[in-house]
Design a protein around this ligand. Structure first.
Ligand SMILES: [Zn+2]
Length: 316
């Protein structure tokens, strides 16, 4: 059996893990391994992936596209040697370039799946013009074979049309696909199983210092936390942070996923039986010239929420 290797990318909070979960929960036949890389020292995405088979491999402490080449080659070679897999999905960090992993699709033992880049229809037009992150976003789109326009249920028809136009201009080589809002699983399966015509044209957007434009810090949430207070405290920073995510526990021992993306904060209860982390944490990410100050301010103010302990200093 030769597993199909697909690569999923897209900016922070664009819906990559949601797409991976859709593929894992029935959209892909057979057995699938997921390689996941978070920007940050803690791999929250690995806890957010619903892997029925436990085949989730975390690559931490660096960006998969430019900092972890030894880990990547060890992991990919081991996966290529396995004979029990139908699919391998590589989820690139929200600042990484999925195109850097494209060549692994022709490594002996793999057959090529697509490079899919998620584009949040409420954010990508703004991000692709942002002084600090536009290069990162445009380079990701420039590597795509498929662009999946996500979060269309939160966007106006005008936003969606503008998103499609921005993606078609930044990714002229790609098919821009809008998610079927009624059956997003179908869209996910259709893209992943499409015939791939690997692009021979090199990405025309130059490599940027994407890891230098973004900074991250981790906050421990060891105690039970009041999720409403946490929601409020995080909302106060929704414009200054580009992303926050984590899993926390409330006083009734219920687990909640916490997300901040594109200026919106969402806290939702974890499905019963979903994996929970050993240690509850929140990862914060900021971009731009004021990123260190933004992280520090958020860290300090979140420490005022009961159950939250500022743990690590901003990294990277
Ligand atoms: Zn990178």
């Amino acid at each position: 059996m030769t597993p199909r290797l697909g690569v999923i990318g897209g900016y922070l909070g664009s819906g990559k893990t949601t797409l991976v979960n859709r593929l894992l929960s029935g959209a892909l036949p057979g057995r699938t391994a997921v390689v996941v890389n978070d920007f940050g020292s803690v791999n929250i995405d690995a806890d957010l992936i619903v892997s029925a088979q436990g085949d989730t491999i975390e690559l931490s402490n660096g960006c998969i596209c430019c900092q972890l080449s030894d880990d990547v080659s060890r992991t990919m070679k081991a996966l290529a040697e396995r004979d029990d897999l139908d699919n391998v999905i590589c989820e690139v960090s929200g600042v990484g370039d999925p195109g850097e992993l494209a060549a692994w699709r022709s490594y002996p033992g793999f057959s090529p799946g697509p490079i899919v880049v998620c584009a949040d229809s409420t954010a990508v037009v703004r991000l692709s013009r942002d002084e600090y992150v536009a290069d990162t976003v445009r380079r990701q789109l420039g590597s795509a074979e498929f662009v999946l326009v996500t979060k269309t249920d939160l966007a106006t028809p005008g936003d969606v049309a503008a998103t499609r136009a921005a993606c078609e201009s930044a990714a002229p080589q790609a098919d821009v696909v809008q998610q079927d809002t009624l059956n997003p699983q179908l869209t996910a399966a259709r893209i992943f199983n499409s015939d791939v015509r690997p692009s021979t044209a090199p990405n025309s957007v130059t490599a940027d210092a994407h890891t230098d434009v973004h900074s991250t810090c981790t906050i421990a949430v060891p105690g039970p936390v009041d999720v409403d207070s946490l929601h409020r405290a995080l909302s106060a920073h929704s414009e200054r942070l580009v992303r926050a995510k984590g899993i926390v526990q409330d006083a009734d021992h219920r687990w909640h996923e916490v997300h901040l993306a594109a200026g919106r904060v969402e806290v939702s209860e974890r499905a019963p039986g979903a994996p929970v982390p050993d240690c509850a944490r929140l990862v914060l990410i900021a971009a731009g010239a004021d990123r260190t100050a933004a992280l520090e301010k958020a860290r300090t103010e979140l420490a005022g929420v009961a159950g939250v302990v500022p743990m690590t200093v901003p990294g990277r």
